[in-house]
Design a binder for this molecule. Structure first.
Ligand SMILES: N[C@@H](CCC(=O)N[C@@H](CS)C(=O)NCC(=O)O)C(=O)O
Length: 310
């Protein structure tokens, strides 16, 4: 039987994409890489998603998974071993990941934009200003510059916490095996190290530096490049799978209603479609698109708002 292609839409320098790539390594996954621009417009990506432009996006046939939380849930379902939640670490791993994706990422990003904002082209600054609609300052180098000392202190404090977790000699954040917590802590530090070098201050935390070395060694699995056009035809030639939803957790939402789904933190482009399912973890919308035909777009509940379309 042919295994469905696992396609990642991403760009090399994206930290959230690195969170997924390292999980490909952890699970020894063979995947297809579609490189997308780091700024809007991203016409092939938004043809698949219906407007969502953040990176990364996972595509499996005509199923489109937005946001790393939703992507990882699907990867864990399809490739359960080795698990992202070894030895019942589900709750801890998710809590650490929520902190890393938000707080650790915000200090790493703020410091990169504060220290090196002038390295980025004006178009990128304009794009990120639109992207955040002034509600998240991390990508704003003018606002970040005066905060550099505070951001340095914050990142140092966060790295000290992580160093102290590793003090008992454990190999990974939650014990002997790598988990979601490791992937989530890794991506902001990978981004800080890649952009700030020694200024990131990792070398001053020897256990954390060694842990980074162990994470680097995990790699990205094996990868084949795919063109944006080929990814669109994969979607056109596939039918969306029929997902399962947990009963009794749809709240006031009804299957079949037209809704809008929108991130609540940054990148507020809404996606409209027919609600085909919703539960505590996932929101799934059907869309019919001229370029890609019938697709189902999946989002996590966490960090997304669902409202009636209108
Ligand atoms: N919560 C989202 C965050 C995704 C995110 O913010 N990605 C950044 C790149 S690392 C982005 O989309 N930046 C704007 C862009 O690339 O156009 C996730 O977990 O996927």
């Amino acid at each position: 039987m042919n295994r469905p292609q696992i396609i990642l839409h991403h760009y090399p320098r994206s930290p959230f994409a690195e969170k997924i790539r390292i999980v490909f390594g952890l699970k020894s996954i063979h995947w297809h890489s579609v490189e997308q621009p780091r700024m809007a417009p991203k016409p092939t990506l938004t043809a698949l998603t219906g407007g969502y432009r953040r990176i990364p996006v996972l595509q499996i046939g005509a199923d489109i998974y937005c946001d790393t939380r939703c992507i990882l849930r699907e990867l864990e379902r399809r490739v359960p071993s080795p698990t992202l939640y070894p030895l019942s670490t589900h709750g801890f791993a998710n809590i650490v990941a929520a902190w890393a994706d938000r707080d650790l990422f915000a200090s790493a990003l703020g410091l990169v934009f504060g220290l090196h904002g002038d390295r980025f082209p004006p178009e990128l600054h304009a794009d990120r200003a639109h992207f955040t609609a002034g509600r998240f300052d991390g990508w704003d180098s003018t606002r970040m510059k005066p905060r550099i000392p505070e951001l340095h202190a914050e990142l140092k404090r966060q790295m000290t916490w992580l160093e102290s977790i590793l003090r008992d000699g454990r190999a990974f954040m939650l014990g002997a095996y790598p988990s979601l917590a490791d992937a989530a802590v890794y991506h902001p530090l990978w981004y800080a190290r890649g952009n700030l070098g020694e200024d990131a201050g990792l070398e001053r935390h020897s256990r954390l530096s060694n842990w980074m070395g162990r994470m680097d060694a995990i790699g990205h699995g094996t990868m084949t490049s795919l063109s944006q056009e080929d990814a669109l035809s994969v979607a056109r030639n596939a039918e969306p799978a029929a997902p399962e939803f947990a009963p009794d957790s749809a709240g006031s939402h009804r299957r079949g209603e037209r809704v809008q789904v929108q991130p609540t933190d940054w990148g507020f482009d809404p996606v409209e479609g027919e609600l085909i399912g919703i539960d505590r973890e996932t929101i799934s919308l059907r869309r019919d698109d001229d370029a890609v035909g019938n697709v189902v777009v999946h989002f996590p509940r966490d960090g997304f708002a669902v409202t009636p379309a209108g």
